[in-house]
Design a binder for this molecule. Sequence first.
Ligand code: ADP
Length: 476
Amino acid sequence: MADSIDGNVVAAKSFARFGVTHMFGVVGIPVTSLANRAMQLGIRFVAFHNEQSAGYAASAYGYLTGRPGILLTVSGPGCVHGLAGLSNSMVNTWPMVMISGSCDQNDFGRGDFQELDQIEAVKPFSKFSVKAKNIKEIPNCVAQVLDRAVLGRPGGCYLDLPTDVLHQTISESEVESLLSEVEKGRESEKLASVASSEIEKAVALLRKAERPLIVFGKGAAYARAENELKWLVETTGIPFLPTPMGKGLVPDDHSLAASAARSLAIGKCDVAFVVGARLNWLLHFGEPPKWSKDVKFILVDISEEEIQLRKPHLGLVGDAKKVLKLINEEIKDDPFNLGSSHPWVAAISKKVKENVSRMEAQLARDVVPFNFLTPLRIIRDTILGLGSPTPVLVSEGANTMDVGRSVLVQTEPRTRVDAGTWGTMGVGLGYCIAAAVANPDRLVVAVEGDSGFGFSAMEVEVCWLYTETCYFYYYP
Ligand code: ADP
């Protein structure tokens, strides 16, 4: 047939048609042609040395853009290396799609080249997986993985493309009609709105609280809820505490920021309004001794499962931005503001001032050879001098990350990506590349421990190739 095309072209066309603009990965048999075809259709392919790092990049790209990050791998070992990125996206609840070529379906079970039951292998690390068993299934499978990655709680999805399917052919006109048909049936978010009685309850709890606290995390950042959060904080005068990646949704240097008085804020608050952050290890499971045993949690999360797991005083299932809009509407009718002389606000503010001045005294000392504080102060001051748009800060390595979290200042949303919920080390260079690709207008600054850097150090070459400039300073 004059207009016949193979499975590689069908897959590339499907990704391009359904809005994919970037892919991260490592090419080889049987997916090299897929990558080439994708590039011919205008998709930028970012080639890595190892699928692990490419997978980390895809996961961070999903978080930073709100669109699934795409990882392309070869079969067998390539797929196994990619599981690092896929699992990282699942645990952080970031949207990502891993696509792997797989061995010929007719040779499976006979010891074929790079043979693996990949659908089985990805199961514990993905929210949805599908194999295109025939070329005609490719468009629908592509749409399914792209949609499922972002629907509800975001996460990782997997698409298996067997070698024989990639080599099958079909007429171009048939593919066009398949694509149009699939496009019409694509799934979109259909979340029920939160009942107004629940919104009223949440606002009444905040209004009556003596020591309220607003906590927000990377789910709120993913939801792009920064304007709604800032309005809520400033209208009510309630102190706030960001999680590490929630930093910047409301600027760290805001007068109501409680980060420098974290122990007091979480230990003494009586109502905690937690938006897009799990009560997991990072928030001490919401339990004593770090939290008061009487604290009433109001949790806002897109995942009903999450609310059921934590059993808060009040759970609001929905998109953070939308729920906050409803909360703010409710407050607007009868606004309240604690004011700076409120005993709780004043106590937090006093503690913040004490702790900040203690830290500044330590930071003011130039310690050579460097300790952690001196270089971090230099980096902080340099970043602050750059103005807006502020750089994306990539941080990993246990000590570097911990000290950096308190010293480095985030004033804009989604400008910090770090080892995250899983404490995944080795993510740094992949995250740098993802951040540069996702935010071409922002500088990317990576502050990494040498161990974290070493996991994926070879990808520094990819940084050079795919970003316009890459400066590298190493303090042993
Ligand atoms: P952090 O590490 O910043 O504490 P977590 O990763 O623990 O944050 O929690 C993020 C939470 O945000 C997850 O439970 C996830 O279900 C939720 N989430 C993801 N997207 C949204 C959204 N659009 N609106 C509300 N919650 C969301």
